[in-house]
Design a protein around this ligand. Structure first.
Ligand code: ATP
Ligand code: ATP
Ligand code: MG
Ligand code: MG
Lengths: 228, 228
């Protein structure tokens, strides 16, 4: 479903050029479940932003679902994202002045879905992550783990073909983590959703069938693992 | 060093009253190292905000370092915090438009420290968490784990008597987590710093000598453990 070749990303801070990604090759087939690990600052979120078309590479080619996306402008990328991708951000990126329910409805508004169908699906998505009693709370009225779960619900509400999850369980206790992982695994099994998940936790990485380790802007290892 | 009795915190959302803390008794002596665990939404961060004088309880008494703080106004609480407490927030709470270095200098500015001494200490604190090459980056130019480490450096730069750490390693890989925990343990051992740390990770909780579990706004268990 996605193919990256020679992907580079450099940032300019003042007069210093920092090479966050130095040449990444990555091919992911439909229905795969990948875990991405590696040290803090190694380039994982940068890679996820490029895969998710939130940003453009400095060099290299990127084909997603058969189309060359490395050349697309901002509007075209936004369209691709809304159609195909669900993104759980490391920092959640919720809208501060709107409720949990409205935050989760937002991607459906972009799709032009009618308001009652939209509401029904958003309520469902929030119930699936245990937030049925928090629909009207704004992010500031939610705990860290509850905010994380709103971000998860928002990413899943459009039933994306590709889910990009950047540390989706970092603020969750072990029980809630297991519930979220069980939800992701069932979507993977039953709907064939392709999942790429950054995680620092070995237990969480074990849900995946392939583990990619990023180190210093390069892919250090990429191997299949036995899933129990 | 701190004593809470009958502490309650309720929030009003619309017309609904939600009781986040329903009557907490907690006594912590100088030099203790506590881990606080419990399910997402159980009240851990709410408790930490009250301990750290960032918020006031709805009911109950709170004495910190011998003074009754439950009755203090906002300015008095800010003074107490700056003098005694270092706080690592679950959401980091960095200033978005200022560099890592300036973020870490901020508590020292409040203390009236001269600019060259301030700079020296802030650079040291950032080096201790491995961010010596990122001093001028703003939070948007830092990875999630790097932002978390800036928050850690900022909390430690004033050499606080009481460190309140809300999930300080949630975004860090295992190696960086070990380095941060080693730093906290040496401050605990050598400077007698009192530490209260919320964490979901069992490995991290094992550094503490006492574990408190919060469940549904109450303390469900509070016991001492053997530290290796
Ligand atoms: N300003 C607020 N208004 C309404 N409810 C609130 C507010 N702040 C917190 N809450 C509620 O209080 C409860 C406890 O929140 P708290 O942030 O203390 O949880 P927590 O134990 O830190 O959870 P987590 O592990 O997810 O960080 C949650 O159910 C949350 O929805
Ligand atoms: N806008 C930017 N300007 C300059 N440098 C940046 C920018 N964004 C990221 N970086 C740098 O790129 C590197 C990789 O960042 P990235 O967020 O991809 O790391 P990460 O692997 O996700 O780390 P973590 O595990 O801490 O979340 C970091 O060293 C960071 O400082
Ligand atoms: Mg990251
Ligand atoms: Mg919390």
């Amino acid at each position: 479903v996605l193919e990256m070749r020679g992907i580079e990303k450099a940032y300019l801070t003042g007069e210093v050029v920092f090479r966050a990604l130095k040449g990444v090759d990555l091919t992911v087939r439909r229905g795969e479940f990948l875990a991405v690990g590696g040290p803090s600052g190694s380039g994982k979120s940068t890679l996820m932003n490029l895969i998710g078309c939130l940003d453009r590479p400095t060099a290299g080619q990127y084909r997603l679902a058969g189309h060359d996306v490395s050349g697309l402008d901002a509007d075209a990328r936004a369209f691709v994202r809304n159609q195909l991708i669900g993104f759980i951000f490391q920092g959640f990126n919720l809208l501060a002045r709107t409720s949990a329910l409205e935050n989760v409805e937002l991607p459906l508004i972009y799709r032009g879905m009618g308001s009652s169908e939209r509401r029904r699906r958003a309520v469902d998505a929030l119930r699936h992550v245990g937030l049925g009693t928090k629909l009207d709370n704004t992010p500031a009225q939610l705990s860290g783990g509850q905010q994380q779960r709103v971000a998860i619900a928002r990413a899943l509400v459009t039933e994306p073909k590709l889910l990009l999850a950047d540390e989706p369980t970092g603020n969750l206790d072990s029980t809630t983590t297991e519930e979220v992982l069980a939800l992701l695994q069932s979507l993977h099994r039953d709907q064939g959703m392709t999942i790429i998940m950054v995680t620092h936790e070995p237990d969480v990485a074990q849900c995946a069938s392939r583990i990619v380790v990023v180190r210093d802007g390069l892919i250090a290892s990429d191997r299949r693992v036995e899933t129990p």
